[in-house]
Design a binder for this molecule. Structure first.
Ligand SMILES: Nc1ncnc2c1ncn2[C@@H]1O[C@H](COP(=O)(O)OP(=O)(O)OP(=O)(O)O)[C@@H](O)[C@H]1O
Ligand SMILES: [Mg+2]
Length: 454
């Protein structure tokens, strides 16, 4: 059975039970009150009649036989007095009703009897003379008014019962609709969920458990939607990454194969030597790229902190500068060191790799006249490489640290870059709980800073 039907059915059952149990109780209570009033009335009449008869019997010659012979006179007299039908019974009567028998034995007794459609109230009481019972009097009161009232009450209750059922049915329909509607909306929304549609459910204004359920349902939808979007982005990134790797590897490989082919066919020894040198440099570029890729993948997977050890960073930086000096001089570029004395817990090889990458970039791309290498310590260790060269276009700055991103593609590729250097630097910074910051102005120069938690 559907939930809505269940709610309506339960309501109907409750209303029916309440009315079926309460109706007879109401009818019985009202009827009892009415009967009690009749009883009280007859009781008063009986007391009065007893006194009256006692006085009357004093006036007759043979009081003990008055009930036997003056029966009709007595009955007429008492009927006028009480307004009820009266039956007089003598002690000498042989055939009497049980109620009269009780009265003749000295007990006031009442009885309600139904004959046909009519209920009658009987009250019998004894009459005394000189301490002994001489007869009994029975009042008979038909309960027309009380019966009519009882029937009227039953009718009213039946009408109330029907109306209550109808009203409750209508209200149940309305309320169950309001109760079920959110559930229907939620069911529909969960069906849409399974199809990947995470639209929030809009509920009419309520502040009950269903509202909380819907809110958490909507939250869940939002979170799953956001997570899916993130996954999709991640998937897209991975796909781009693989596309880039394939593309980048294909170029030097094609070059290598081309020069190998040429070197085999060319007769001139000089030319052949040149082709071999091209093959070597392309091979080295390929090896560099593969090494960088391996590095990126390793940095993404492992926590570097295990390789950290106390390092004289100033010394390390000076050694790298020494290493690059010759190349800088041949390009007519001056290297200016500005180094504080810093010792820190870092991975020396990685820091060296960062500096080599940054200085290599400055030498390759800046076309400037000088490179400044700074090292200082505040809350973290900072290492920066600045040049006074051409700078990076503003729109490229947020992207240059993405794998394979090059600001000037053809030029960078010509210079042998594959776009992985800064990505590796950023991962190394992250592995040291630091970050990579790129500041650059076109035509003024570039400063790349990495921070390391040391
Ligand atoms: N000092 C700089 N001045 C101007 N452009 C720069 C500078 N440093 C980096 N870039 C730009 O940022 C790009 C990304 O640099 P990144 O070091 O990541 O890659 P790459 O040098 O091209 O290749 P790889 O470092 O893998 O050999 C470079 O191609 C270059 O266009
Ligand atoms: Mg580089």
């Amino acid at each position: 059975m559907k939930l809505r039907k269940k709610v309506i059915f339960a309501n109907m059952i409750i209303i029916t039970l309440v009315l079926v149990i309460s109706s007879p109780i109401i009818v019985a209570t009202v009827d009892n009150a009415n009967l009690h009033a009749v009883y009280q009335y007859l009781l008063r009449q009986s007391n009065f009649s007893q006194q009256y008869l006692a006085e009357y019997l004093k006036t007759v010659a043979e009081p003990s036989r008055a009930f036997e012979y003056n029966r009709l006179t007595l009955e007429k007299m008492l009927e006028d007095l009480s307004g009820c039908e009266v039956t007089v019974t003598s002690i000498a009567d042989e055939k009497v009703f049980p109620i009269q028998e009780y009265a003749l034995s000295g007990k006031k007794t009442y009885l309600i009897e139904t004959t046909g459609d009519v209920r009658k109230f009987y009250l019998s009481f004894p009459v005394y003379m000189n301490g002994g019972i001489v007869g009994a009097v029975t009042f008979e009161q038909p309960l027309y008014r009380e019966d009519a009232m009882k029937r009227g009450l039953i009718l009213v209750l039946a009408i109330i019962f029907t109306l209550a059922l109808l009203v409750s049915l209508v209200l149940s329909l309305v309320f169950s609709r309001r109760l079920i509607k959110p559930l229907e909306l939620l069911t529909r929304a969960s069906e849409k969920f399974s199809e990947g549609n995470f639209e929030p459910v809009a509920l009419p204004r309520t502040r009950d458990e269903l509202r909380f359920l819907t809110d958490s349902f909507n939250n869940m939808g939002r979170n799953i939607g956001a997570m899916l979007q993130k996954l999709r982005n991640e998937q897209e990134k991975q796909k781009n990454f693989i596309d880039n790797v394939t593309h980048e590897i294909r170029t030097p490989l094609t070059n290598i194969l081309g020069y190998v082919d040429l070197a085999g066919r060319v007769a001139d020894e000089d030319k052949r030597q040149r082709y071999y040198s091209y093959i070597k440099s392309e091979g080295e570029r390929l090896l560099d790229m593969v090494n960088n890729l391996l590095e990126l993948s390793r940095l993404n997977k492992y926590d570097l902190s295990a390789n950290r050890e106390k390092t004289d960073v100033t010394m390390l930086v000076m050694r790298v500068i020494e290493l690059m000096k010759h190349r800088a001089e041949s390009s007519d570029i001056k290297i200016i060191p500005d180094l504080g004395q810093v010792t820190a817990d870092v991975d020396a090889d990685k820091v060296k790799q960062v500096l080599l990458n940054l200085m290599d970039n400055a030498l390759k791309y800046s076309e400037g006249k000088q490179i400044t290498v700074r090292l200082w310590k505040e809350d973290k260790v900072y290492l920066s490489v600045s040049d006074d060269g051409r700078g990076i276009p503003e729109e490229d700055i947020p992207h240059v640290a993405e794998p394979f991103y090059r600001s000037d593609k053809s030029r960078s590729r010509k210079l042998g870059g594959s776009g992985l250097g800064l990505a590796v630097c950023r991962e190394i910074a992250r592995a040291h709980d630091g970050e990579l910051l790129i500041e650059s102005r076109k035509g003024e120069g570039t400063t790349v800073t990495i921070s390391l938690q040391g």
